[in-house]
Design a binder for this molecule. Structure first.
Ligand SMILES: *Cc1c(COP(=O)(O)O)cnc(C)c1O
Length: 366
């Protein structure tokens, strides 16, 4: 037998899969509480009913319900759809990966906005699909006309992210319907709504209502952000039963653990509290955006729990200035994404931002 390197065991498509690049942790600074504003996590623990429910003992020796029946039923009731319209997975990330698996193969094309969620190129490349990232508009929203133009006979999947991570704007109802009218019915459109609970823009698309109009639309949502359950890994898809049945085939069996299923159910039963907290984060976000604009920054409208500073070549220096103040923010090279944390953290970021402007830009907006 000839000796081969282990690399020859791996599909060539893997060469196209980007590696995950973690952000920098905050430096330890005497007298300063460190804040991690780099992962869009909730800065509070889950609501108290969920924390209490987690002390209930579940036996780790037994497998979870593979179909997550109780959680699926709870979600179906909450969303006012039947259970065959909902599939749960180990985070929205598993749902997105499953949606890529059920649509993409070598030779097919996938269209997504860029910059957007880092998993899109990864999940697409794993399936050997041809990636078509489409740049954002000058306002940092989706360029939906350009995305529609990019559709060819080989296009199988289109990913939309509303509100868009990392830049913040939501897709409006008008933009969405104009776009969908141009998408062939055999192309699956995924609306990634990881941050929908923080959206306060009345013109944003009402995704659940849209499901009734477009059979090729599927929504992705998660308990990671507004429900403050990122560590528990629970996400879900809402769509037509045929698509949902395929997603169930493509997700890992037993992926959502019993404590996770239970936490998600309790959190949904107290969803009013979750929404109240999301809206207070939205209010803090709007104040933070106003304060940055008052300093002279060009900040896109954000409908999520983070704000984007389009710093371009100054991104690394800004991240470094934050790290020195014991603040972790996310440098994505074309800009820096800052998650909304407690008021003290946002005040500290504003101080860093003001000093940064003085040092790096005298008058001009960036
Ligand atoms: C956080 C996030 C998700 C899902 O994350 P999970 O933790 O896997 O549920 C999906 N899309 C976007 C844009 C996100 O930011």
């Amino acid at each position: 037998m000839t000796q081969k390197t282990a690399t020859s065991l791996i599909r060539p498509a893997l060469e196209e899969v980007p590696n995950y690049k973690p952000g920098k942790p905050p430096a330890a600074v005497d007298g300063l509480q460190p804040y991690k504003l780099s992962s869009n996590e909730h800065f509070l623990p889950p609501i108290s009913a969920v924390v209490e429910a987690l002390t209930e003992v579940t036996n780790p020796a037994t497998y979870p319900d593979p179909a997550a029946k109780a959680l699926t039923a709870e979600l179906a009731n909450y969303l006012q759809v039947s259970e065959d319209h909902v599939a749960v997975g180990a985070g929205g990330s598993e749902i997105i990966t499953a949606l890529a698996h059920i649509t993409l193969e070598a030779g097919s094309e996938v269209i997504y906005p860029w910059p957007s969620f880092e998993l899109y190129p990864q999940a697409s490349a794993l399936n050997g699909a041809h990636k078509k990232p489409i740049g954002l508009t000058d306002d940092f929203g989706h360029d939906l006309p350009a995305m529609a133009q990019a559709i060819t006979d080989d296009t199988r999947l289109i990913l939309l992210c509303s509100p868009n991570n990392p830049t913040g704007p939501a897709v409006t109802a008008d933009e969405f319907t104009t776009f969908m009218a141009q998408v062939p019915s055999d192309v699956l459109v995924v609306l990634d709504e990881a941050y929908w609970e923080f959206c306060t823009d009345a013109s944003a698309v009402d995704s659940l209502a849209m499901l009734k109009h477009y059979e090729n639309l599927v929504l992705m949502r998660t308990f990671s952000k507004a429900h403050a359950l990122a560590g528990f890994r629970i996400g879900y898809a809402v769509g037509q039963p045929e698509v949902i049945a395929a997603v169930r085939k493509a997700t890992v069996p037993f992926g959502v653990t019993p404590p996770s299923q239970h936490a998600a159910i309790v959190s949904l039963r107290h969803v009013d509290q979750v929404m109240t907290r999301a809206h207070s984060i939205a209010a803090a976000r709007d104040e933070f955006v106003d304060a940055l604009r008052a300093q002279g920054w060009n900040v896109p409208d954000s409908q999520a729990n983070f704000v984007w500073l389009p710093l371009a070549e100054h991104s690394a220096a800004f991240e470094e200035a934050c790290v020195k103040q014991s603040l972790a923010v996310r440098n994505l090279n074309s800009g820096v994404r800052i998650s909304i944390g407690p008021p003290e953290a946002m005040d500290r970021v504003l101080n860093v931002a003001a000093r940064f402007r003085q040092r790096h830009f005298s008058t001009n907006k960036v």
